[in-house]
Design a binder for this molecule. Structure first.
Ligand SMILES: Nc1ncnc2c1ncn2[C@@H]1O[C@H](COP(=O)(O)OP(=O)(O)OP(=O)(O)O)[C@@H](O)[C@H]1O
Ligand SMILES: [Mg+2]
Length: 252
């Protein structure tokens, strides 16, 4: 069981101009595993997603993916190697239909994995998309747009999917659909790095958790242990709240 990790960050520093966002961030994601990346707003989660997918450059440290040093690789090359990033917010093309958006994601890959099968994979994961295949993506609801962004990323099986706050602002039923999609992706053999505000849901999916605080890894461990700590901190009805200082401002 000592196989090399699929993704490995070692001492990664990141700056945006004079602003330092990440300080010596190190953690790993194993093959066929899900890791949750949690932390309060501004703690650096999106910055980690951007740096591993090559959208921003690490100032120091290294990133290895699938046995290769990808620290200086451009984003397109990292994506082609099998690391797919679904960014924060809406990332679909509103003036194209659902199916055109999916096909765009498949362009250039059809020969590799089979275009029609890939479309069906996205539709079977999210049947709502199938019902709306000719609808303009810009007229989809927020949740449906998030499903389309995920569907585009998973139409073709890849090695690692990095998803950033897919469920932000969505109703519980839509979040359920998105998480069942993520579970299917994991079961199909793709590893996941999941950034989420819905900590409890992500803890049910991921086996390991990395906690970020102020651009640093503040803690790391099995999801089961963190779930226990969180539930002991959460006030239950009729029980007094624990002292706020003990919680350290929430999660991180
Ligand atoms: N392009 C940028 N230029 C300057 N500063 C940035 C830039 N992007 C992010 N930052 C800063 O880096 C820090 C980390 O931001 P990041 O987006 O990684 O946080 P986050 O954990 O994803 O937060 P949230 O939960 O709110 O999405 C923040 O203080 C942010 O203001
Ligand atoms: Mg973010």
């Amino acid at each position: 069981m000592s196989s090399a990790p699929l993704l490995e960050l070692s001492g990664v520093d990141l700056s945006y101009g004079p602003y330092r966002a990440l300080f010596g961030v190190s953690f790993t994601v194993s093959a066929r595993a899900a890791v949750a990346l949690v932390g309060s707003n501004g703690s650096g989660k999106t910055s980690v997603a951007r740096v591993v997918s090559g959208l921003v450059r690490a100032r120091a440290g290294s990133i290895r993916f699938d046995g290769r040093d990808v620290t200086r690789w451009p984003a397109w090359r990292i994506a082609r190697a099998g690391l797919v990033h679904v960014p924060e917010g809406r990332s679909v093309l509103g003036s194209l239909t659902v199916e055109e958006n999916l096909l765009l994601g498949l362009e250039g890959l059809a020969g590799r994995h089979g275009g029609a099968g890939a479309l069906e994979r996205a539709y079977s994961m999210f049947p709502r998309l199938s019902d709306r295949r000719r609808q303009l993506a810009g007229t989809l609801s927020g949740g449906e747009q998030r499903m389309l962004a995920l569907g585009r990323a998973v139409a073709v099986p890849e090695q690692l999917l990095v998803v950033d706050e897919l469920s932000l602002g969505l109703s519980p039923t839509v979040v359920d659909e998105i998480f069942s999609g993520l579970r299917e992706i994991l079961a199909s053999g793709t590893s996941l790095l999941v950034i989420e505000q819905h900590v409890e849901r992500v803890l049910a999916l991921a086996e390991r958790v990395v906690v970020l605080a102020h651009g640093r890894v503040a803690g790391e461990g099995p999801a089961g242990e963190l779930a226990g700590v969180l539930s002991s901190l959460r006030p239950s009805p009729g029980r007094p709240e624990p002292p706020t200082s003990a919680a350290g401002g929430g999660l991180a």
